[in-house]
Design a protein around this ligand. Sequence first.
Ligand code: ADP
Ligand code: GN1
Ligand code: MG
Length: 377
Amino acid sequence: MMNQVFLPENAPLLREVLGAYDFPETLLGAVRYGQGHINDTYCVLCQPREGDCVRYILQGLSSAAFPHPEELMENFVSITSYLREKIAASGGDPMRETLSVIKTKNGSDYYTDANGKVWRLMPFIENTDCFQSATPELFEASARTFGRFQRLLQGYPAETLHETVPHFHDTEDRFAKFQAAVAADKLGRAKEVQEEIRFVLERQGDCSVALDALRAGKLPLRVTHNDTKLNNILIDRDTREGICVIDLDTTMPGLSINDFGDSIRFGANHSAEDEKDLSKVNFDLGLYEAYTRGFLEGAGGTLTEAELEYLPWGARLMTLECGIRFLTDYLDGDHYFHIRYPEQNLDRCRTQFKLVRDMEAHFDQMNRIVQSYKDRF
Ligand code: ADP
Ligand code: GN1
Ligand code: MG
């Protein structure tokens, strides 16, 4: 999609939101930015009296995804403050290695517009890249960073965090919502997707694997990111290391295997999430191995024996769950994920199910790879 320039005078809403902030520079405008599926993200451009333009990220939080944005922002501020201290203590640069919010003129961490939508403004972390797909080296770098993120948050008081999206990775609940969407069939789309519906129904039992292990006390709850796509990490342009974990909206108590799994779902293949040609969608065990090595190195021995054992399940489950979510949204009328064309959620669902099939076929190798690295770090 072409970026469109919104100058404050022709975008009343953006002008209202930006008016809530005190910019020391001249505001030039804002353009749509990034490839997130959830929030409305803009890059805001300002010209100081001297020197280069300064960029900011402005985000309007999705009200379809986040029922209590003020609680989400409380989490965001608290988590980033905690990370800032940890990063500073270990000699890092907190302004590059974690996100931060810029306060409004009124001293608030966010602005609520006339329709009740919540907006936040953040410094743009410069000299970084955000990738939609990666080489094994970059993928491994992202894995180290997500693993380290979990390690840094190990001592965070999890019970103080709000659950920003209830039942976010509750795969049983996702299955139930899918069944309800099939039954309601609001747009009469169910008849076109019988094969996909059958695919999900055949895997109902899988939806309980991680939850059963949690209920049995095998897997611990930790503070996890829960949305560990490759494009939720900024890679430093000079060092090619993952510098900053972004998109903290779903950071809350969760399972480490899901953080591992969601990265594998998105990054351990060579195709776009909405690729129509399924012959191009193939799970890549080499990328899986690179990520496994990086994640275990970054986590630095914090994972338990049971978590290690369940990592491959995390990959299968996050991929299945994500496909179920795309299909549910397709059946419901595409209210949750941003789409650019009518069948995009169905295309996304099909790539996920293709990857699930591949992972099922290679599950023994996936287990062996984890076992081969587990005692190294
Ligand atoms: P969504 O929830 O919609 O995925 P994200 O928070 O992931 O929103 O932001 C969307 C995109 O904006 C990211 O993938 C990244 O490209 C870019 N982005 C977000 N925050 C920053 C930042 N502070 N500095 C630079 N780029 C950013
Ligand atoms: C969304 O926000 P974004 O684009 O990074 C979604 C994830 C899905 C992902 C699928 C809050 O991630 O859960 O896995 O799309 N985020 C939310 O690409 O629902
Ligand atoms: Mg994102």
